[in-house]
Design a protein around this ligand. Sequence first.
Ligand SMILES: C[S@@+](CC[C@H](N)C(=O)[O-])C[C@H]1O[C@@H](n2cnc3c(N)ncnc32)[C@H](O)[C@@H]1O
Length: 217
Amino acid sequence: MRADTPEEKYINDVFGLHDPELLAVKRELEAHQVDFMSISGHEARLLQFLIRSFHVQKIVEVGTLYGYSAIAMAKALPAEGKLITLEKSPANFEIARKCIRDSSVSHKIEALCGEAEEILHGIEAKGPFDMVFIDANKGGYVSYLNWAEKNVRRGGLIVGDNTFLFGALWGQTRDRDIGPNQIKIMSEFNTRLSDTTRYNSVLIPTVEGLTVAQKLY
Ligand SMILES: C[S@@+](CC[C@H](N)C(=O)[O-])C[C@H]1O[C@@H](n2cnc3c(N)ncnc32)[C@H](O)[C@@H]1O
């Protein structure tokens, strides 16, 4: 379960997203007790801030769940903007499809069901992309980064959520079953994106850690 610190509660109250369409998705997440897997309102607002500030038009998201982050990001895209979101679980995908269909930004979102690594190869021709948001299986982060490095344009963004790996990067596990391979993969993900010769980047200390890197090459 993700921690809901007093700081996060305050930020969500004041700088969250109180959009009725997004609140409807939150209710669906809560009804299935998977709310903790989705980004919070203020994190969604942070992604919207990045999309608007960097004039992002084409996004790939890895990890849809029920579509909360996809819908929030699509709302910040310009009218001609597009977002492709990838989800492995057919059960999650079906609920996401319904949530996206019920939103006012469904025309901007293409939701695809399957193993992300396989789908990513098939969508390369639609690139280059302005932003990749990685929020799926932690063991896949380096391979998603390899793909993003090839398919995000110069000046575009590579963003990864949960990049503290639930505290495992500094020896805490927070009751999660995190193996050494996942620690190695997330360490490599953050270390590569911290390279100032290739990226203009930060690791934002959200509760879960959000790595944001602008590609300089
Ligand atoms: C943390 S949730 C995504 C939350 C979503 N971005 C949000 O904030 O609303 C991670 C999702 O990634 C999906 N997933 C896990 N491994 C995957 C893979 N290999 N390919 C595609 N999706 C995957 C899971 O089924 C889950 O729905």
